[in-house]
Design a protein around this ligand. Structure first.
Ligand SMILES: NC(=O)c1ccc[n+]([C@@H]2O[C@H](COP(=O)([O-])OP(=O)(O)OC[C@H]3O[C@@H](n4cnc5c(N)ncnc54)[C@H](OP(=O)(O)O)[C@@H]3O)[C@@H](O)[C@H]2O)c1
Length: 239
C-alpha cells in the first residue's frame, strides 16, 4: 500500500479532519499516531482507530518538545490542531490580536521546529488553513491574517527544511466538533448554506481531507503548494 513502512503523526487526530487523515493513512498502510490535549481522549481515539495516542498541547513549548522526544522517527506530519477564533478587526484591541497568531500560526511553527529533527528527509508536513486565507471580511479579519500567514509559514518551511516537503490543505466547511457550540437548528442552517455554496452539491468530509492529505504525503514532487479541498467553494465569493 501507498504508506507501507511510514509513520504518520496527526497532531489533532483525535477529532474532525485530523481523524479523517488518520483513518485514510491507516487504510493506506501507515503506522499512525493521533494526538489530543487530553491523554484520555488521545487514548480513546487511538483505541477506536487501532493506532497510537499521544497527549500534546501545541500552545505549550515544553509539551511539544516532549512529544517529539517520545515519538521517535516519523515520516509524515499532519497538523490540524490549533485554535483560530473569529473576531472583527475593529472589535479587537491591538494587545489582544497576537493571541490569534499564537493559537494557530506560532503553535504550528513550534511543531515544525521540534519535528524537523525526527522527520524523514523523504517525508512531508501538511498544514490546514481555510477559505478565509483568500477572503478578508470585516467580521473575520484575524482569521484571514492567521490563515494567510500559515500558508506563508508552509512556504518558509518548504524552502528551509527541504528536501522535507511542506504543503497546505485549504478546506471548505467540514461538519466537525469545531461547530459543537452551535444550537442544532443553527448548525443545520449552516450545513445547508455551505452545501449550497459548493459546486459539487456535497459537503466536504474528514475523509475527503484525508484522501488529499495522503496524496500530498506520497506525491514526492509536491511542495510549497496550497490545495483547496472545498467542493469548488473557492470559486464563489464569500458570504
Ligand atoms: N471544520 C471546519 O469547517 C473548518 C474549516 C476551515 C478551517 N478549519 C480549521 O481546521 C482546523 C481543524 O478543524 P477541525 O474541524 O478538524 O476541528 P476539531 O474537530 O475541533 O479538531 C481539532 C483537533 O485539534 C486538537 N487541538 C485543538 N487545540 C489544540 C492544542 N492547543 N494542542 C493540541 N491539540 C489541539 C483537538 O484535540 P482536543 O480538543 O481533543 O484536545 C482536536 O484533535 C482548525 O484550525 C480550523 O480552524 C476548520
Amino acid at each position: 500500500m501507498q504508506l507501507d513502512g511510514s509513520t504518520v503523526l496527526c497532531i489533532g487526530g483525535s477529532s474532525g479532519m485530523g481523524r479523517g487523515v488518520a483513518e485514510v493513512a491507516l487504510a493506506s498502510g501507515a503506522q499512525v499516531i493521533v494526538t489530543s490535549r487530553s491523554a484520555e481522549t488521545a487514548q480513546q481515539a487511538a483505541e477506536e482507530l487501532r493506532c497510537t495516542g499521544e497527549q500534546v498541547d501545541i500552545s505549550d513549548d515544553a509539551s511539544v518538545k516532549a512529544l517529539f522526544e517520545r515519538t521517535g522517527k516519523i515520516t509524515h506530519m499532519m497538523i490540524t490542531a490549533g485554535a483560530v477564533g473569529r473576531s472583527g478587526f475593529l472589535d479587537t484591541p491591538p494587545d489582544e490580536a497576537p493571541a490569534f497568531m499564537d493559537g494557530k500560526l506560532w503553535a504550528t511553527n513550534r511543531c515544525i521546529w521540534y519535528a524537523r529533527s525526527v522527520l524523514d528527509p523523504r517525508g512531508s508536513i501538511t498544514l490546514i488553513t481555510g477559505g478565509y486565507a483568500q477572503w478578508a471580511t470585516p467580521d473575520a479579519g484575524h482569521v484571514h491574517i492567521v490563515f494567510a500567514a500559515t500558508e506563508a509559514l508552509a512556504r518558509a518551511a518548504a524552502v528551509s527544511l527541504a528536501p522535507i516537503r511542506c504543503n497546505v490543505i485549504r478546506p471548505g466547511f467540514v461538519d466537525s466538533a469545531l461547530w459543537d457550540f452551535l444550537e442544532a437548528e443553527e448548525r443545520e442552517a449552516l450545513r445547508t448554506r455551505e452545501q449550497a455554496q459548493t459546486l459539487t452539491g456535497s459537503l466536504v468530509s474528514p475523509q475527503d481531507i484525508g484522501m488529499v492529505a495522503v496524496s500530498l504525503m506520497t506525491a514526492s514532487a509536491m511542495t510549497g503548494v496550497v490545495v483547496p479541498v472545498d467542493g469548488g467553494r473557492h470559486l464563489k465569493p464569500s458570504s
